[in-house]
Design a protein around this ligand. Structure first.
Ligand code: AMP
Ligand code: ZN
Length: 114
């Protein structure tokens, strides 16, 4: 999608701090980290949110989780643990409309939802 920030990271039109890449998936550092380590993982195929992704790029969901497993294992984050979050829509707090998976790690995270 031509006006999508994350598609511009995929195409290389805009630079970002990439931590993982394969044919289907890009992982990069979140610019406003909400934990000591905060990464965003996306499918290279543009969808607006996780529900649309499940309809038109469900293989991308699997590819993203496989990528997260590979990255966190190599980075040693699987031992200490991490959290994966996907926001959808207004009440979910979604601000970027290219489906993305937050990976939060590097410290003990607070109780969820409090
Ligand atoms: P969400 O609120 O779930 O849509 O998450 C969007 C995320 O994108 C936020 O955590 C932002 O900090 C992050 N973000 C916004 N602009 C950039 C950017 N240029 N590079 C990396 N991450 C970004
Ligand atoms: Zn996009």
């Amino acid at each position: 999608m031509s006006d999508c920030l994350f598609c511009k990271f995929v195409s290389g039109e805009l630079k970002t701090d990439i931590v993982f890449e394969n044919d289907q998936v890009l992982g990069f550092k979140d610019i406003y980290p909400q934990a000591k380590e905060h990464y965003l993982f996306i499918s290279k195929k543009h969808t607006e949110n996780i529900n649309e992704m499940m309809s038109s790029d469900s293989e991308g969901v699997l590819a993203v989780y496989a990528a997260i497993k590979e990255f966190t294992t190599e980075a040693g984050l699987s031992d200490t643990g991490f959290r994966v979050v996907t926001n959808l829509g207004r009440d979910g707090g979604q601000t970027i409309f290219h489906t993305h998976f937050h990976v939060l790690a590097g410290e003990a995270l607070g109780s969820f939802g409090s």
